[in-house]
Design a protein around this ligand. Structure first.
Ligand SMILES: [Zn+2]
Length: 250
């Protein structure tokens, strides 16, 4: 049997049992394990980790944990200057794009409403989501810790909030996206980029009253959906206003 001390810092404490937070945890183990597996045995996804120090020295995820190691684990993205990181993962690609897990449909729609590129399908399986995130360097948004434990995933974020309206603020704040919001530029249905279209080209698809009262239209080249500032617009605008206020999350 071997014994180590492991200490999770800052937001990584969100994942571990309350009794173990913000302190050195004495942990016994019997089988050789990588530090990645050791960290994830405490339910902390590797995608949330930016820096691992073992006995004061930075290591990567493949490091094999030794008897008596003192391990410090720091969270990604924040409170960790780039110079201090051993590059456990590359810098987040810019502009940041997303793929959302199947249970985050509303969050995906809200991100699209604010102009962010967010892939989502309610029939994605875990393997497909992980591959999309890896192949297209998209930030995977999920509430499933086991999905984030897949080694293939470099960029992933565990969404803490349950409520989609809190989730959107959480994501905007986490990735500092407030200044890059471009409302009503992306199709909320399929993620396509909206383009202006002349009324004459779509007149045959409009209801009589829409045809009579509106003259500016956008369309989605992917799915053909038509958008205009109709009666639903004030409701959508109110939603956008709510999201774009820099609303502090608890
Ligand atoms: Zn569309």
């Amino acid at each position: 049997m071997a014994q180590i001390g492991i200490h999770f810092y800052q937001t990584l404490n969100d994942f571990i049992a309350p009794a173990l937070r913000d302190q050195e945890i004495n942990h016994c183990f019997f089988r050789r394990a990588s530090v990645k597996d050791m960290i994830e045995s405490f339910n902390v996804p590797h995608t949330e980790v930016a820096l691992i120090l073992v006995n004061g020295h930075a290591v990567n995820f493949d490091y094999l944990v030794q008897d008596s190691d003192q391990i410090e684990v720091y969270p990604t993205f924040e409170n960790c200057p780039p110079s201090a990181r051993l590059r456990l993962r590359p810098e987040i690609p810019q502009p940041l794009t997303f793929v959302a897990d199947t249970n985050l449909g509303k969050l995906a729609r809200y991100l699209r409403l604010l102009g962010f590129d967010c892939l989502y399908r309610n029939d994605y399986d875990d393997k497909s989501i992980a591959e999309i995130s890896h192949d297209q360097e998209r930030m995977l948004l999920t509430r499933d810790r086991s999905l984030l434990q897949r080694r293939i995933i470099t960029f992933g974020y565990f969404v803490r909030a349950d409520n989609p309206k809190i989730q959107i603020h959480e994501v905007l704040k986490k990735f500092d996206l407030y200044s890059t919001i471009k409302p009503l530029t992306r199709c909320t249905r399929c993620n396509g980029k909206l383009a202006k279209i002349h009324k004459e080209q779509i007149e045959h698809r409009l209801q009589p009253l829409t045809k009579k009262y509106y003259s500016n239209f956008l369309t989605c080249p992917n799915c053909g959906q038509i958008y205009w500032q109709g009666s639903h617009h004030s409701r959508i605008q109110a939603l956008i206003d709510e999201f774009t206020n820099n609303w502090p999350i608890p």
